[in-house]
Design a protein around this ligand. Structure first.
Ligand code: ADP
Ligand code: MG
Length: 253
């Protein structure tokens, strides 16, 4: 999509778990070629918001539109096929498979031929295509030297970038990344930021949940801040950083 065009619209989305309102009528808009941050203290509802957008959870109320199309009633696989890629808060790689095979499974998803590892070998021609696509995505994120390494042997920072490559293999328009910088060393964070900046320059839209304020402030165009399920502030990093409610949520406890 054209830069600046609305890619994702979240409208008054709500999720209740029993008596707990985990996400309380949250709204925001994400535009093409933008990196948007979703931040807030632990338990604020960030991962739940991701799960509502990606169809892992069904909202109690509210709606999600992606490129004009309603997502909020669709199953996760359909949402992924429409062009919404994601990574999870906890690394979800197959550690004994190679880097290349892990990403080939992501490409496999888009073809809608099942996700079972065994079936990856079912058709030689498709397998070769998937492996080729996987290698292209791994080159794109700078992991071209690690194709035949076991995924579990990579450093955490590389595993996070590998997960992004796997999401890219399904050819997304929008990437949702849940705490990609968590636990990374300073240099790994810089490498990750470089990959995300490059993807943005290529026109990718990215929605990022992140704890590391420094990382978020340098990287994002636009931020939504949540606390106890509610949106407490929204705007540029500079604006949000100085917002009293944000300072209160982070420092006031
Ligand atoms: P964050 O990602 O911002 O740390 P979460 O979205 O994971 O927060 O959680 C928001 C709130 O919802 C928390 O209070 C959490 O305990 C609760 N929660 C999350 N998932 C579930 C679930 N599946 N069942 C019940 N409560 C949940
Ligand atoms: Mg979370």
């Amino acid at each position: 999509p054209e830069t600046g065009k609305v890619v994702l619209e979240v409208e008054a989305i709500r999720k209740e778990f029993g008596g707990l309102v985990a996400v309380n009528d949250i709204s925001f808009t994400l535009r093409a070629g933008e990196i948007m941050g979703l931040i807030g203290p632990n338990g604020a509802g960030k991962s739940t918001t991701f799960n509502l957008i990606t169809g892992v959870l069904e909202p109690t109320s509210g709606l999600v539109r992606f490129q004009g199309e309603r997502l909020d009633k669709l199953p996760a696989r359909e949402i992924s096929r429409l062009g919404v890629g994601r990574t999870f808060q906890h690394v979800q790689l197959l550690p004994t498979m190679t880097v290349l095979e892990n990403v080939a499974l992501g490409a496999h998803l888009r073809r809608n031929v099942g996700v079972v590892a065994a079936s990856l070998h079912a058709d030689r021609r498709i397998e070769a295509e998937l492996l080729h696509e996987a290698a292209v995505q791994l080159e794109r994120v700078g992991l071209g030297d690690y194709l035949y390494e076991q995924a579990g042997n990579l450093a955490l920072g590389q595993q996070r970038i590998l997960e992004i490559a796997r999401a890219l293999a399904a050819d997304p328009v929008l990437l949702l990344l849940d705490e990609p910088a968590a636990g990374l060393r300073y240099k790994e964070k810089q490498e990750l930021a470089a990959v995300l900046n490059q993807l943005r320059a290529e026109g990718m839209s990215i929605l990022l949940v992140e704890h590391d304020m420094d990382f978020v402030m340098k990287l994002t165009d636009h931020l939504v801040v949540m606390d106890f399920g509610t949106k407490i502030a929204e705007g540029t990093p500079e604006y949000v950083q100085a917002h009293p409610a944000v300072l209160e949520a982070y420092l006031g406890g």
